[in-house]
Ligand binder design. Sequence first.
Ligand SMILES: *Cc1c(COP(=O)(O)O)cnc(C)c1O
Length: 383
Amino acid sequence: MKKYQLMAPGPTPVPSQVLLAMAQPIIHHRTPEYEALYIEVRAGLKRLFQTSQDVIPLACSGTGAMEAAVVNTLSAGERVAVVRAGKFGERWVEICRAFGVDVIELPAPFGETVAPERVAETLRTHRGVKAVLTQHSESSTGVLHDVRGFATATRGTDAILIVDAVSSLGIADLPMDAWGVDVVVAGSQKGLMLPPGLGFCALSEKAWARGAASSLPKYYFDLAEERKFVAKNEAHFTPPVSIVVGLREVLRMLEAEGLENVFRRHGRLAQATRAGVEALGLEVFPRATPSPALTAIVSPRGIDSEKIVAAYAQSHNITIAGGQGEMKGRLFRLGHMGYAAEFDVIVALSALEQVLADLGVPVDFGAGIRAAQKVFAESSSRG
Ligand SMILES: *Cc1c(COP(=O)(O)O)cnc(C)c1O
């Protein structure tokens, strides 16, 4: 027997109390029981997204929620600016183009970010930019973009700011209303420690107003329609009932820990992972601010990173992730988001030491773990 461990940057492990809650018999979604469930979830989602607006759930993965954000706020032929600094930035470009939206790309090399000043400059020099689209945590490179700076750049302009927070919600602080973010997109299988299958969109008043004028085609993903049902604590179509039941459990867990502590925990896990990796002589990939959700690591010279991913799986039954797109073969990525704690980082680093040694890389056994433990010893898990 080899104990299975899921340490990829999504999907992420689901806590046993959540699994147990989801194992209950399915309740019907047009019943007082579902309404009571949804009343609690609806309030909890607002606190999690840090907004006074209703959060709209959708039965889809994160990409479906990204598509919903586009088709509900834009029209064909309209112009947008996209921060493209990784695979998920490219996804925004692809979705927009699929719907005939005119994209101005703000590219940055993988591992880097785009300065808010470039966003401001683009809005100044190009007329009629209706939206700025970005990731918060770009999971393909492990970079955290400066969403607060982007929000400052878009505030007071005609553009709305649309943020893919699939790998940052419940991981990195993203106070939607306070920062002035117009659309926050999220998914269930990253920081929310749920099975894949539930997406979310939250819209500001500015974004809802834009929606009223949006002419892109939509039926299942019509957020204005869905909003009417949310207001009645209902769902327009059959919701993924089990995941919503799990979500109630997750929201209770996050509230018990306190959002600030949740963010602090992720920050420490990320910091310890980076320290461990560097102590083993490896290079952490991001040149820009690293995401607290995952750590992207450059494969040692001469070693295809897919070999590292395969060795984790074959020797230790641990799932991690390789590089995506142009980074395939060059990066491997360790997730430490959601249901993750100190000893998960220790396990991931300990396995890394063994994997590297097996691949012929000289390893000072214990060096990675020691560096991580030092970070834990020197930083507090509570404020
Ligand atoms: C995981 C992820 C998504 C969504 O991917 P799906 O496979 O559709 O759930 C989108 N953006 C980012 C940044 C992600 O990490």
